[in-house]
Structure formats: C-alpha cells, structure tokens
Ligand binder design. Structure first.
Ligand SMILES: [Ca+2]
Ligand SMILES: [Ca+2]
Length: 200
C-alpha cells in the first residue's frame, strides 16, 4: 500500500487534485442465496486530498475531495452493489443486490470504480479511480436431494439363476458443485429383498 502524503494546498481554484486509488483486482466469495460477499483484499479506496476548510455564507465547511462518496459497478448485469461504509476511511462493502443462485451462475466478473466526494464550494468536481476487476465465486448450498432419472425400473430374472447384473439405475442431483451433487451410494430400503445394489 503506498504511503499517503498530504500534498494538497489551500487552493480554491483546484482543490480536488487527486483521484481515489483502489486495488487493481479483487476476488470475492459469496454463498448462494446470501448477500454477503467476502472480498480479498477488502474494499478500501484511498484519496490523498485532505479536508480543506472553506467559508461559505459565514459558515466554515470542510471540502470533501479526500472522502469517498460512491463505488460504481460496471458490467453485464451483475447482481451486486458496492456501498460506502465510511467516507473518510474509504471503506466499502460489496453485497448482492439480487438473487445469487449457484445452479444458474457459478461466477461473475465485473468492473468497479471509486468516486470521491469532490463537490467543493463551486459544485461537482468529483474524480473517479481507475477501473478494477472483481471476480466473484458463488459457493454451493446443498438444496437438492438426488432423484432417479426414471420413476420405475423393471427387469425379469429366471429362478435359481445368479446374475452379475440385472439392471442399472441412475440418480442425479441438481446442485451445482461436485461436493453436493455427486451420488455417493445406493441402498435397497425394502427389507428381505434377495438383491444387492452397488454404487455403480
Ligand atoms: Ca444435493
Ligand atoms: Ca445448491
């Protein structure tokens, strides 16, 4: 992180000298159906402009060029928003603004920019940071139970004969990750049945 040095002077013509600074890329993880994004590194925008006092209508105000007013997201309809938590420290948080469903989309990539509050006494004079890339990975929740591909399986056998294989069944699971969608095993639940089933 660069060392911050206050280089701003009390100058009324160009008070907002610096644009905010953010990292060049962020990696986030969100659990589907939730709205909290764990961002690495955390979202913080830095701005070298220090608050400068100025007089307006006999009141003393402080200019806001060094404060962070907004984060904006650009990109393919990403269901996320970035909110400023603390204007002075530049801390922000990224969260879901709409449903995030791993089964429909497992990851998102979009652009984020920080905007300072550089309004000054003479109106809008804000500056924006460079564009940073945000990559979000959606973690799965085990929402779906396995289901068989067919509602019924039929086979016939001849009495007294032993078979290596009589029929094959197949189940699948709608969850998006291998962890929560792989079929681990099959069981015959009817007691006293003279058949066995394996995981294949
Ligand atoms: Ca599942
Ligand atoms: Ca799921």
């Amino acid at each position: 992180m660069p060392r911050l040095k206050n280089t701003s002077k009390n100058c009324t013509t160009e008070m907002n000298k610096h644009k905010p600074w953010i990292e060049t890329s962020y990696h986030g993880v969100i659990t589907e159906n939730m709205d909290t994004v764990l961002l690495d590194p955390p979202l913080v925008a830095l701005d070298k402009d220090a608050p400068v006092p100025y007089a307006e209508a006999s009141d003393v105000h402080f200019s806001r060029e060094g404060e962070i007013c907004a984060f904006k997201i650009h990109g393919q309809e990403a269901p996320f928003e970035a909110v400023v938590l603390n204007r002075t420290s530049g801390e922000g948080v990224l969260r879901a603004s709409g449903p995030v469903d791993c089964e429909s989309q497992k990851e998102y990539t979009f652009i984020i920019q920080a905007y300072d509050c550089g309004a000054g006494p003479n109106g809008a004079d804000w500056k924006k940071s460079h564009k940073a890339v945000v990559h979000i990975q959606v973690d799965d929740v085990n929402e779906f139970a396995p289901v068989f591909r067919e509602p019924e399986y039929k086979a016939s056998v001849t009495e007294g004969k032993i078979y290596d294989s009589i029929l094959q069944v197949e189940a699948w699971d709608q969850d998006c990750s291998p962890q929560y969608s792989q079929i681990c095993n099959y069981d015959i639940v009817t007691a006293g049945t003279p058949f066995a089933i394996d995981r294949n």
